[in-house]
Ligand binder design. Structure first.
Ligand code: KIV
Length: 391
């Protein structure tokens, strides 16, 4: 890993305008390297985190939450390396440079560590959080609501006082927090300098209409909200994280927190989709967008449609997301495949047989396909080598 470049630290780099300056722009905040890494078994080395961060920047992610620097010296180093390299390197035609963010609890030690790690980036952000639900304040923090408000206010102001231009605040377990209390604490942290208010459904407990309602209510009732961006952070405990995130965006949230393939604590987060290599968690074949079957077609009716016009059964092209598939139409042969697809496979393999021969072949094909999950090119070759097709 590259070591911190001391020479670059003396002065904060000059601010350059960005699309995230537009309050109506919907920002993508990726937390694969922080919440995603909290997935059981998904820890990454610093080198792997750097590779993933580079890829996230190339994908055009607006904010990369690179880690939780106070959690270990290694994580602080990883976040700092990402801030130094990815946080200063323009990518793509637009010369996009993502914001690099580090998580901290609401205490000075965590905030110092986060700032030490992210301050090297051109656009650094500290994300600080404290729980606001009755159940968390009473049993986990053992603090009164008034104490929680005071800590939040003081720590947001402290993060700003270090020189951090961009501070995100999360009332943890917002999904189960009292609404009036939320409006109050959010209003206070805005006054203290918070720029983004992230609303976590920490235990994935809300339903889309409830989460959308929560965002709408926060927008309508929080004093000073026009000076901040509202964000969503939805866990997937009831399988609703993506639906809740979309409901939040519909209700006015302008930052959406997601992870690659939806990895994260317990059942994960809302999904940004893409790559599995470094997380070590394998993607299920039928996963939307990135699963091996997302652009594969097995049934005869669908294969016939695809061979005629791809728009019949595909709403986006695999090329748009950089996926290459084994054959142009995503045809997978099996017991449900029809004549059109089987014939096109023969042509692809370089065989031309007449109509009568094809009917014989297709009958034998069906007998084999009945017994197998998939019919491979080798199965087709073996069938064709039967004496019936030999001169
Ligand atoms: O789920 C959660 O509440 C979090 C916060 C720290 C944003 O991850």
């Amino acid at each position: 890993l590259p070591r911190p470049v001391q020479a670059s630290l003396s002065k904060r780099p000059e601010y350059i305008p960005s699309r995230i300056d537009d309050p109506n722009y919907v920002r993508i905040f990726d937390t694969t390297l922080r919440d995603g890494e909290q997935s059981p078994g998904a820890t990454m080395t610093s080198a792997e985190k750097l590779v993933v961060a580079r890829q996230l920047a190339r994908l055009g992610v607006d904010i990369i939450e690179a880690g939780f620097p106070a959690s270990s010296p290694d994580d602080l180093d990883a976040v700092r390396s990402i801030a130094i390299e990815v946080g200063n390197t323009p990518v793509g035609e637009e010369g996009h440079i993502p914001v690099i963010c580090g998580l901290s609890r609401c205490n000075k030690r965590d905030i110092d560590a986060a700032w030490e790690a992210v301050r090297h980036a051109r656009r650094p952000r500290i994300h600080t959080f404290i729980a606001t639900s009755e159940i968390h304040m009473q049993h986990k923090l053992r603090k009164t609501p008034e104490q929680v408000v005071a800590i939040a206010r003081e720590m947001v102001a402290y993060a700003r006082s270090l020189g951090c231009p961009d501070v995100e605040f999360s009332p943890e377990d917002a999904g189960r927090s009292n609404r009036e209390f939320l409006y109050h604490i959010l209003g206070e942290v805005i006054k203290a300098g918070a720029t983004t208010l992230n609303i976590p459904d920490t235990v994935g407990y809300t339903l889309p209409y409830e989460f959308g309602g929560l965002i709408a209510d926060i927008k309508a009732n929080t004093p000073g909200i026009e000076n901040a961006i509202i964000s969503t952070h939805c866990q997937n405990d009831l399988g609703l994280s993506t639906a809740n995130t979309l409901a939040g965006a519909h209700a006015g949230a302008r930052q959406l927190e997601v992870t690659i393939n939806g990895i994260g604590e317990r059942a994960g987060n809302a999904s940004l989709e893409e790559v599995q290599e470094h997380s070590g968690l394998h993607v299920q074949p039928h996963k939307a967008i990135v699963g091996a079957n997302a652009f594969a077609h097995e049934s005869g009716i669908h294969q016939d449609g695809m061979l005629k016009y791809k728009g019949t059964y595909e709403i986006i092209s695999p090329d748009d997301i950089g996926l290459t598939r084994a054959n142009e139409f995503g045809i997978v042969l099996g017991k449900l495949s029809g004549r059109h697809a089987v014939r096109s496979k023969l042509v692809e393999l370089g065989y031309e047989i007449n109509d009568q021969e094809f009917e014989d072949f297709f009958k034998r094909y069906k007998e084999v396909a009945e017994k197998k999950k998939r019919v491979t090119d080798e199965d087709i070759e073996a069938l064709l080598s039967d004496e019936i097709f030999q001169p």
